[in-house]
Design a protein around this ligand. Structure first.
Ligand SMILES: [Zn+2]
Length: 253
């Protein structure tokens, strides 16, 4: 009997890394949003609100289709690079963190078009040492706490960083992405734009989005701070938006 127990303990220790590697989209979301996701069941993510979201809709999608109508599985189609890795031009149409299942984020943060997001916004002091003022951010799912932690760490960084961070260029904004009916991440109160003066945007390079030239002037060390606290960076996208940081802890697990 004691020998058998010993074997079982060894087996579970040996299997642990494989179990982590096999974590699917449902498990990643459950781990990143424990207050909102109840369980994974029958191919669905069951939210604590009772909402059920299909993990995989079974469709094979083009890049445009995935962007327009991603299921939960599609959100992870492009793996996010390791936090703090060098900023290099992503492959064609590689946009990790840019696919968002609206129904999931509505379930966590609310639908701004129904006035639900505003109720959960709190004011976060933005690099106060450098006079960054206050920014509105969602208090749900640890978003505001994560931004406060980023701010604290950034203002302990080199003084040259100030010009990239102050003034900030906006957080909450209930709007749809131009030319679509999809709500921007700013509409959930989970995104912050920094440094308009140093920002680059794919659209300015090629409005068709087919042949964009990569450009980024935001220091990767600044982005590394955000990434360590669960934010994705728009400079990691083929369709880059280098001033954009968005709280997406599921992508950085
Ligand atoms: Zn933005």
């Amino acid at each position: 009997m004691s020998k058998r127990v010993f074997v079982c303990v060894l087996a579970s220790v040996a299997l642990a890394p494989f179990a982590a590697a096999a974590e699917g989209p449902g498990e990643k979301l459950a781990a990143a949003y424990p207050g909102f996701v109840d369980r994974v069941e029958g191919g669905e993510l069951v939210m604590k609100s009772g909402a059920r979201l299909k993990i995989d809709d079974g469709r094979t999608k083009t890049f445009e289709q995935r962007l327009a109508d991603p299921d939960l599985d599609d959100m992870f189609a492009d793996p996010y690079p390791a936090a703090g890795s060098a900023a290099t031009a992503p492959g064609k149409d590689v946009d990790p963190g840019r696919y968002r299942t609206g129904a999931f984020f509505d379930a966590v943060y609310g639908d701004c078009r129904k006035g639900e997001v505003k109720k959960h916004l709190v004011q976060v002091a933005w690099v106060p040492k450098w006079g960054g003022g206050k920014v509105a951010f969602s208090s749900r799912a640890g978003a505001a706490e994560a931004l406060a932690a980023v701010s604290k760490e950034l203002e302990a960084g080199p003084p040259e960083w100030k010009k990239f961070l102050v003034p900030s260029a906006g957080t909450y904004n209930c709007r749809v992405i131009a030319g679509t009916d999809r709500v921007s991440a700013h509409g959930w109160g989970i995104a912050v734009d920094v440094a308009t003066k140093y920002s680059d945007y794919w659209y300015w390079s090629d409005p068709s989005g087919r042949k964009v030239a990569y450009k980024n002037r935001i220091p990767v060390d600044i982005a590394a701070v955000f990434e360590r606290h669960g934010f994705v960076w728009g400079a990691r996208w083929y369709h880059y938006d280098t001033m954009h940081f968005e709280y997406r802890p599921e992508m950085l697990r």
